[in-house]
Design a binder for this molecule. Structure first.
Ligand code: ADP
Ligand code: MG
Length: 702
C-alpha cells in the first residue's frame, strides 16, 4: 500500500475491527476511514490513577475506580430480565457488579479471588448501589503503571455500548490506529509558523490528543490542532474572497450619477455620520471596481442603515440600472416604500412595491413593467425572488434586516441576470466578530459603529405584573408629553392560540386603562389582512393613536421616532437579539426612551441572564456576544443555513482571541504571497489543493 493512502484506508482493515464492527461504527459515528477515526477526538478525560474505597462510595459518586476481589458470581432472573451479578469486595465493604446481558464469555473470563481493578459508573437502583457493565482489568504492577490521569473518553452512542464497543474497546482501536499510521501523519503548517507560534508538530499533537501523558502535553496538542483548524478555515475564506473578485465580474458603475448628487446636495435632511460616509464610500468603491460586490453591512439598531441603502440604490439607478430592496416583513416594505416615495418622485425615479398580498392584477402589471425596464426601484418581501419576477437589468440587490433571508434565497437573485447583481446585505442584529469572521469571512464587511447624534441611552427595566399600576401612570405621563408606546406580545407557533388570546386580553386591558376618546389604541398582528395592518400602522405613524399593541410583526426595521416607550410582555419568551431588536424600535429620535421587560416570577437561569444583560447594556455588539455565549453558534442568525461549523476543537466563543490572531496572520501571508508561490508556503498550497475537491459548507455562502 502506498503511504499516502493509509489514512484513507477503511477502518474495516484496522486490527480489531472487521466488516461488522466497521459497519456499526460507520452507522453510529460516521467514521469510515482511518483519518475519520484519527479526527474523532475525545470529549473529556478521566483520571485513572485515583482509586476509591468501597466505603467511600455514596449516592453522589459518578465514575469510580476500585481495587478488590470478586467473591461470588451468580446468574439471576429469567428471559429478558436475566442478568449476571458479582459480589465485589475490598477491605472496606462490598458492592454488586451487574451485566444485563450475560454471556458465556464474561462468565468464563471472570476468576474468583483474583484481584481486579474495576472502573465504572455508579448505579443507584432502589437504594442499592451497583456498577453495571464495569471495566475489569487484572491487578498487576504493569497495569497500574499504565494507568493515566488523562484517560480519553470518546463521544459514543448507546448502541455502540450495547454492542460491545465500550469506551475501553474504542480506546484500544484508536491505539491500534496510532500504531499503524505512525509515520503517515504529515505536517501541514510551515516551519516558520511552528517556530514563531511555538507549536508542536502535527503528528505529536494527534497522538497526544488521544493519549496525552501530561496535562501540559494535552494543552499543547489542543493548541496546535486549533491553530491548524482556524488557519485553514481562514485561508480558504480569504482565498475564496479573492478568487471571487478575480473571477466574478460585476457591472461597472463608473459614475456616482445625477440622482445621488441631486439627493445629496438638495434633499438630505440630516448630516451623515462619519461612519455612514465611510460605508457609502466603501460601497461606491465596490460598485466601480468591475467585480461583483458582496458586502455585509453591520450596524446596531437605529444606526441609520436605511439611508445608506437608499444612497447605494441611487448610484445604481443613476448608472441606468434597476435596484431592488428586499425586506423580511410587509410592514417594512411599506415603510420603505412610503418613506422613499416622495423623494423618488422628485428625483424622477419610478418606485414600486411588490409583496405577496397584493392583488394579482397589480402584481402582473408590476412584473410586466419591471421586465420592460420601466421600474427603477422595486421594494418587496421575498416575493421578489419568485421565478416569475424578471428584471430587465438588475444592478443592485439590497437585503434589509437580513435575519430572515437564507443563503439559498440570496443566491436565487444571481440567476436573474447575465451578470450577477451587486449585493448588499444589511444585518438585523450585529454579529459577534469571531462568528462574522468565520461564517461570513468571505464577504466584505462594513460596520456602522456610530449612532446619529442626539441619541440617548434607552433606560431598561425588568418588572413583574405587580409593577403594573406604576407603569400605567408612567405611560400616561409620557403620552401627555406627546410620546407614543409599543406593547409587544409573543406569538410563537406552537402555542399560537393561547398567545393570541393573551394579545387580545392585553389589548382589552390597555383599552380599559386608557379609555377612549382621550386615548386611541391600535392593534396589529399577523392574522390581519394587509390593508388593515397598513391602516393601523399608518394611524400610529401619524400619531393618531398613542399605543400600538402588537405581536412581533414590528420586530425589525420599524422606524417611528416619536415612540419612546417599549413594553415587552412575557419577555422571558424572547431571545436576546429579539429583545434588543424590539427595544430598538424606540430611542430613534431625540426623545428620552424607555423599555420595560415584563416577566413572570418564575424564570430559568438563562432568561435571568437575558433580562440582566438587557438592563445592563444598550450595545448590540455586546448583546450579540452574550447571545452567542448562551445559545451557541448554530442558533445565531444566518448560520442556521450553514449547518454545523466544521470546527472540532475550536470554540468560537472561547477562542476568539486566537481566531483574530490567526486571521491577521493569514491576511499578512496572503498579502505578501497571494499565490503562495514562496517555497516556505509550499506546504500550505499543497494542503489547500487537497482540500479543494472536498466540497464543504463554505462553498455556498455567497
Ligand atoms: P437601522 O440601522 O436600524 O435600519 P434606520 O436606518 O431606520 O436604522 O435609522 C434610524 C433613524 O435614524 C431613522 O429615523 C433615520 O431617519 C435616522 N437617521 C439616520 N441617519 C441619521 C443621521 N446621520 N442623523 C440623524 N438621523 C439619522
Ligand atoms: Mg433598518
Amino acid at each position: 500500500m502506498m503511504n499516502k493512502d493509509v489514512l484513507n484506508t477503511s477502518i474495516e482493515f484496522l486490527k480489531g475491527v472487521g466488516p461488522n464492527r466497521a459497519k456499526l461504527i460507520k452507522n453510529e459515528l460516521k467514521i469510515s476511514k482511518f483519518k475519520d477515526l484519527l479526527f474523532h477526538f475525545p470529549f473529556r478525560y478521566i483520571d485513572k490513577t485515583k482509586y476509591h474505597k468501597i466505603s467511600e462510595i455514596n449516592f453522589n459518586s459518578s465514575e469510580i475506580q476500585l481495587i478488590g476481589k470478586i467473591t461470588e458470581l451468580k446468574e439471576l432472573g429469567v428471559g429478558s430480565k436475566k442478568r449476571l451479578s458479582a459480589s465485589f469486595s475490598d477491605n472496606t465493604g462490598s458492592i454488586q457488579l451487574v451485566w444485563f446481558k450475560t454471556s458465556k464469555w464474561i462468565i468464563d473470563s471472570i476468576k474468583l479471588n483474583q484481584t481486579y481493578i474495576v472502573f465504572g459508573k455508579i448505579n443507584n437502583y432502589n437504594n442499592n448501589i451497583s456498577i453495571a457493565h464495569p471495566e475489569l482489568e487484572i491487578y498487576s504492577k504493569e497495569n497500574i503503571k499504565n494507568r493515566t490521569n488523562l484517560f480519553a473518553v470518546y463521544p459514543s452512542t448507546e448502541n455502540l455500548n450495547k454492542r460491545g464497543i465500550t469506551n475501553k474497546v474504542f480506546s484500544k482501536l484508536v491505539e491500534e490506529l496510532l500504531i499503524s499510521i505512525n509515520t503517515d501523519i504529515k505536517e501541514n503548517l510551515p516551519k516558520y509558523i511552528l517556530d514563531k507560534y511555538n507549536l508542536i508538530g502535527r503528528r505529536q499533537s494527534l497522538i497526544s490528543i488521544h493519549k496525552p501523558r501530561t496535562s501540559d502535553d494535552l494543552k499543547k496538542a489542543i493548541n496546535r490542532l486549533k491553530f491548524e483548524e482556524i488557519f485553514y478555515l481562514q485561508i480558504r475564506l480569504i482565498k475564496k474572497n479573492i478568487t471571487r473578485k478575480d473571477k466574478i465580474k460585476g457591472y461597472v458603475f463608473n459614475q456616482i450619477g445625477d440622482k445621488f448628487e441631486e439627493f445629496y446636495n438638495n434633499h438630505l435632511k440630516f448630516k451623515l455620520t462619519n461612519a455612514q460616509k465611510r460605508v457609502i464610500k466603501e460601497i461606491r468603491n465596490d460598485l466601480g471596481s468591475g467585480a461583483q460586490m458582496n458586502r455585509l453591512l453591520q450596524g446596531d439598531v437605529g444606526s441609520g442603515k436605511t439611508i445608506v441603502a437608499f444612497m447605494a440604490a441611487l448610484i445604481a439607478i443613476g448608472n441606468g440600472f434597476q435596484t431592488c430592496i428586499m425586506t423580511p416583513t410587509e410592514i417594512l416594505s411599506y415603510q420603505h416604500y412610503n418613506k422613499f416615495y416622495e423623494i423618488c418622485n422628485l428625483l424622477n425615479i419610478n418606485i414600486k412595491i411588490l409583496t405577496g398580498s397584493r392583488k394579482a392584477s397589480n402584481k402582473k402589471d408590476i412584473k410586466e413593467s419591471l421586465k420592460k425596464g420601466e421600474i427603477d426601484l422595486l421594494i418587496g418581501t421575498h416575493a421578489l425572488i419568485y421565478d416569475s419576477v424578471e428584471f430587465s437589468n438588475l444592478g443592485l440587490a439590497i437585503i434589509d434586516e437580513q435575519h430572515k433571508f437564507g443563503v439559498a434565497q440570496r443566491s436565487k437573485l444571481w440567476h436573474k441576470n447575465s451578470l450577477p447583481p451587486h449585493i448588499l446585505i444589511m444585518t438585523a442584529t450585529p454579529i459577534p466578530r469571531t462568528l462574522a469572521m468565520s461564517a461570513y469571512g468571505d464577504l466584505d464587511m462594513s460596520i456602522i459603529d456610530e449612532l446619529p447624534p442626539g441619541r440617548k441611552h434607552i433606560n431598561t427595566f425588568h418588572q413583574t405584573s405587580k409593577d403594573r399600576l406604576k407603569l400605567i401612570d408612567f405611560l400616561k405621563a409620557e403620552i401627555k408629553k406627546g410620546r407614543q408606546a409599543y406593547v409587544v406580545y409573543p406569538l410563537i407557533k406552537e402555542s399560537e392560540k393561547l398567545d393570541f388570546k393573551d394579545l387580545l386580553d392585553g389589548y382589552e386591558s390597555f383599552s380599559r386603562d386608557f379609555p377612549m376618546p382621550k386615548y386611541q389604541i391600535s392593534i396589529v398582528h399577523g392574522k390581519m389582512n394587509n390593508e388593515d395592518k397598513e391602516y393601523e400602522m399608518q394611524r400610529f405613524i401619524e400619531n393618531k393613536t398613542q399605543i400600538l399593541v402588537s405581536t412581533t410583526v414590528i420586530e425589525v426595521g420599524v422606524d417611528i421616532p416619536n415612540a419612546s416607550v417599549m413594553i415587552i410582555e412575557s419577555a422571558e419568551r424572547f431571545g436576546l437579539s429579539q429583545l434588543h431588536q424590539l427595544r430598538g424600535r424606540v430611542g430613534r429620535g431625540n426623545h428620552k426612551s424607555y423599555c420595560f421587560l415584563i416577566t413572570g416570577n418564575k424564570k430559568t437561569k438563562e432568561s435571568k441572564i437575558r433580562m440582566e444583560t438587557m438592563v445592563k447594556t444598550n450595545n448590540g455588539f455586546i448583546i450579540a456576544e452574550k447571545d452567542l455565549e448562551i445559545r451557541g453558534p448554530g442558533n445565531i442568525m444566518g448560520t442556521q443555513q450553514s449547518g454545523e461549523m466544521p470546527l472540532k476543537v475550536t470554540s468560537l466563543i472561547g477562542d476568539s482571541r486566537l481566531i483574530q490572531k490567526i486571521r491577521k496572520l493569514v491576511e499578512r501571508i496572503i498579502q505578501k504571497d497571494p499565490k503562495l508561490k514562496n517555497i516556505n508556503n509550499a506546504i500550505i498550497l499543497e494542503n489547500l489543493k487537497n482540500m479543494i475537491d472536498k466540497k464543504d459548507i463554505w462553498e455556498y455562502i455567497s
